[in-house]
Design a binder for this molecule. Structure first.
Ligand code: PEP
Ligand code: MG
Length: 914
């Protein structure tokens, strides 16, 4: 017997999303838990794949027979007949894959209508206007979705009738107007396809099913899957849901709406949504009429409001998750048409996690696992500076929080093109449609002049964590003229604006922003994460200000302080240059003596901020020529100085001549004399010589890291002294500090031994003065391949290893970290030669293997060896999972990634065996 392809809502397995799609499985589940779902059935994703795999345009054999059988059951349940001219059964046809892909596939409503059934529908409802309204909607949707006819052809006819009827709102159209529109639409179809509109309902259904199946491979769906990495094991093919139509446009006791069981922007435990009286579902989603907030339903239809509240409770109690559901009220009966897990922004996810745990709906593990770590970064997004004195230009609905500034673009293609150039853009549309999705990816924020908080723009922007202001009705968009009018103000394409998705306000120009705050709920959630995690999360921070921020985000120490950043400060650079220019060790020491108190001060501040957490200081790493001007710059400066010297000389000669003429004093005094210029020239020439002497073909593989420390030991000695003296000063103040000194670019234990010799000498000196031992550790960066291979012998000298995976990736692939990302890596990714950018996502198979070996060999020699990572990968969730698996003790990353890393570390621990 061949495999069953069609399942009624009463029999489908609600857990089998792969087979029935998310929506279909839910319809089955909702039906089976006793919610009022209109009768219907689901055609499986397997049928979709079989259709797409076959060479013909025929549906799989036997599928339509199963459909007819199921349709009979629906006819029995509703007492109506599919194609029955007396009492016609109308259905909706919707797509739905295993993963929620909002707006990606197309829906057809009112299928089953034709010239004859329409009359039956009119007789049954006694409402001619309603009948023709349903018909014209069906013809347009079917024409667009199933027959591929351009929407605009229908819109043109629609607007013509609207104009001649002198109405502005669709509700103002009479039955005759709608009849006229239906007839015009039938002609549009006939002209576009060369065939009359299909009359037979089963033929309509067959065409519609095929169209839904094909939409799985449509551009929108394919783009969406690629962007969100939806692989075939996650979702393969779309199911088709065929469901009895219920009508929200049957008069003032009917309505339609969409709602979330909790607020998807804030997480507040309160029904959130919108509805329209006497309207169909698509009116809400498409933003054609601006809907009313759901709170108002209690006044307009109190019994329905109570039933929806009950529905909300039932949904959450069953799904243990916030639900995003669609409902229709037909003549005082509430139907639930769809439910799915609500897409929320990070703020709402965090709040609902904490609150649902408290309400006993979910446990802590679920509370942590339902949030994607990388989404937490959204919560650190900037918001408008409350002190900015600005007047909004327009007001819309706060549809997705956060603030963004950018140059206005009026269509998605332009947004994509400008975004590719690296420009910040805001996509401004009357309303958005699924085909605009590529514009969303490229934009900093979305602004629409129509539609509500559940319009397409709002839902998609929220899912992406991008700010969105929707329904700013004061803005009149003219795409043809590429401008928008707000009162007398014209916004032209390219103009800079700022949108605030938290307040719904729109501003001209760029408004300053401030950093976001940590919410109390985020702190609670991350506290749970820390309890669950085994990895400790530390920060890459170079200054006390960075450290303070990292601490606020929950860092348990500093895993990497790059000391060269301190050398670059304006007041220090001249001293650093003096140190580099020194020709003798003695001169170098004099310059270093000036740097010592500065570095000591830096370290002391860091220790004080982080106490009692550890602070890991890396000794100087980059090639020292990086602190000097470039050769080109010096040559330009010299050219200028040579010219200046000539001019100054000329002026001096002129001044002398004037005195001979007895005209002394008539020339203004010279601001510089030729000796000063001469001195400046000598300095620059000496520097140029030094720069040329320091020149290296491959500086990243050259005189840097510990190699510098060995050739100029006085530099490392100054830094080591500064660290230990700062620790001593803290110790004297009674502060518990744990400095760690690490050496960069080490490839042999001999290098470590050399530096350790300095550390031992300096610490012995200071400890003698202090009278007791200083508490500090000495360790090494592991960032070259040989260091991994010699991990056992390095572990004899080092108390800790810190993987510098930026350099280790460079060294393992032999890809320059400076150039690979903008030269060939994008092409490598595009062609599938490499799946990811290895500088972003840790290459587990190569770099990871080396790390694994180094951890094993290092711990064999020193079982209590502490091991961490401080390359960029330390803040990447998948890489953090890997670090957990190979037994690292900590990850260290930049401040804004710390919350992400804390949650990822918890996920890694919680998912150890899942
Ligand atoms: C590394 O190489 O991973 C590292 C942390 O050092 P840097 O990026 O400073 O070279
Ligand atoms: Mg490095």
């Amino acid at each position: 017997m061949s495999k069953k392809m069609v399942f009624s809502f009463k029999e489908g397995d609600g857990r089998n999303k792969h087979l029935l799609g998310g929506k279909g499985a839910n319809l089955c589940e909702m039906t089976q838990i006793g919610l009022n779902v209109p009768p219907g059935f689901v055609i499986s994703t397997e049928a979709c794949l079989a259709y797409l795999d076959s060479d013909s345009d025929e549906l799989p054999a036997g599928l339509m027979d199963e459909v007819r059988e199921q349709m009979k059951a629906v006819e029995e349940a509703t007492g109506k007949g599919f194609g029955d001219p007396e009492n016609p059964l109308l259905v909706s046809v919707r797509s739905g894959s295993a993963m929620s892909m909002p707006g990606m596939m197309d829906t057809i409503l009112n299928l089953g209508l034709n010239d004859r059934t329409l009359q039956g529908e009119i007789r049954q409802t006694g409402d001619e206007r309603f009948g023709y309204d349903s018909y014209r909607r069906f013809i347009q949707l079917f024409g667009k979705v199933a027959l591929g006819i351009d929407d605009e052809l229908f819109d043109e006819e629609f607007n013509k009738v609207k104009e001649s009827a002198h109405v502005t709102e669709d509700v103002g159209l009479s039955a005759d107007d709608l009849k006229e529109i239906s007839q015009r639409f039938l002609k549009v179809v006939e002209q576009a396809t060369g065939k009359p509109f299909p009359e037979d309902p089963y033929e309509q259904l067959e065409i519609a099913v095929k169209a839904v199946f094909r939409s799985w491979m449509g551009k929108r769906a394919v783009d969406y899957r690629r962007e969100f990495n939806i692989t075939p094991d996650m979702a393969n093919g779309t199911a088709v849901n065929v469901c009895t139509m219920v009508f929200g446009n049957r008069g003032n006791d009917s309505a339609t709406g969409v709602a979330f069981t909790r607020n998807p922007a804030t997480g507040e435990n309160k029904l959130y949504g919108e509805y329209l009286v006497n309207a169909q579902g698509e009116d809400v989603v498409a933003g054609i009429r601006t809907p009313k907030p759901i709170d108002r339903l209690a006044d307009e239809m109190p019994r329905m409001a109570r039933e929806i509240e009950e529905l909300r409770q039932k949904l959450e109690a069953h799904y243990h998750e916030v639900q995003d559901f669609e409902f229709t009220i037909e003549r005082g009966t509430l139907y639930c048409l769809q439910t799915r897990n609500g897409k929320m922004n990070a703020t709402a996810m965090v709040r609902t996690s904490v609150e649902m745990e408290r309400e006993g709906l979910i446990d802590r593990r679920q509370a942590l696992l339902r949030i994607k770590p990388e989404d937490l970064e959204q919560m650190l997004y900037p918001r408008l500076d409350p002190n900015a004195r600005v007047t909004p230009l327009a007001q819309g609905l706060p549809a997705s929080p956060g603030a963004a500034s950018g140059h206005v673009v009026f269509d998605a293609d332009r947004a994509e093109a400008e975004g590719r150039k690296g420009r910040d853009v805001i996509l401004l549309r009357e309303e958005t449609k699924p085909e605009d999705i590529h514009g969303f990816f490229a934009s900093r924020g979305i602004l629409t002049s129509r539609g509500g908080k559940t319009s397409h723009a709002a839902v998609v922007a929220r899912g992406m964590g991008k700010p969105c202001v929707a329904g700013a009705e004061g803005i009149h968009v003219d795409v043809m003229l590429r401008e928008a009018l707000v009162g007398d103000t014209v916004i032209r394409e390219g103009d800079l604006i700022t949108i605030d998705g938290t307040s719904g306000k729109v501003y001209l120009g760029r408004v300053p922003t401030v950093e976001a705050d940590f919410s109390a709920e985020l702190n609670i959630l991350l506290g749970w994460a820390d309890e669950a995690a085994r990895l400790t999360v530390m920060a890459n921070a170079d200054t006390a200000v960075d450290a303070d921020r990292a601490l606020k985000y929950g860092a348990r120490g500093i895993g990497l302080c790059r000391t060269e950043r301190m050398f670059n400060a304006v007041e220090r650079l001249p001293v650093v240059i003096e140190m580099i220019m020194a020709e003798t060790a003695e001169h170098r020491r004099q310059a270093l003596d000036k740097l010592l108190p500065m570095q000591r001060q830096d370290f002391q501040e860091l220790f004080e901020v982080m106490a009692p957490h550890p602070v890991t200081i890396r000794l100087l790493d980059p090639p020292i020529h990086e602190f000097l001007p470039s050769e080109e710059q010096l040559r330009d400066d010299l050219q200028y100085l040579y010219r200046l010297k000539e001019s100054v000389r000329g002026m001096e000669v002129l001044a002398g001549t004037m005195s001979l003429l007895g005209e002394a004093g008539s020339l203004p005094e010279q601001p510089v004399d030729s000796h000063q210029v001469e001195e400046a020239i000598i300095k620059k020439e000496t520097m140029l010589k030094k720069v040329r002497a320091l020149y290296e073909t491959n500086p990243m593989l050259g005189h840097r890291g510990v190699r510098l420390g060995i050739t100029f030991p006085e530099i490392y000695e100054m830094q080591i002294r500064a660290v230990l003296e700062a620790a001593m000063a803290c110790d004297r103040k009674g502060l518990e500090v744990h400095p760690k000194i690490k050496v960069p670019q080490v490839c042999t234990a001999q290098e470590l031994l050399f530096v350790k010799g300095i550390v031992d000498r300096v610490s012995a000196e200071l400890e003698a003065e202090l009278g007791h031992r200083l508490c500090f550790q000495f360790g090494t960066m592991i960032e070259v391949v040989r260091a991994c291979m010699r991990a056992d012998s390095l572990a004899e000298e080092a108390a800790f290893f810190s993987f510098g995976t930026n350099d280790l990736t460079q060294a393992t692939f032999s890809f320059s970290r400076e150039d690979a990302e903008n030269k060939f890596l994008p092409l490598y990714n595009e062609r599938g030669i490499l799946q990811n950018n290895p500088f972003d996502v840790l290459d587990e198979k190569g770099v990871g293997k080396l790390m694994q070996l180094a951890v094993r060999w290092g711990r064999e020699k020193r079982p209590d060896l502490l091991v961490g990572i401080c390359g960029e990968h330390g803040g990447h969730p998948a890489s953090i999972h890997f670090c957990h698996r190979i037994g690292l003790d900590y990850v260290s990353c930049s401040a804004p990634r710390i919350p992400v890393a804390r949650l990822a570390a918890a996920h890694a621990a919680l998912c150890e065996d899942c």
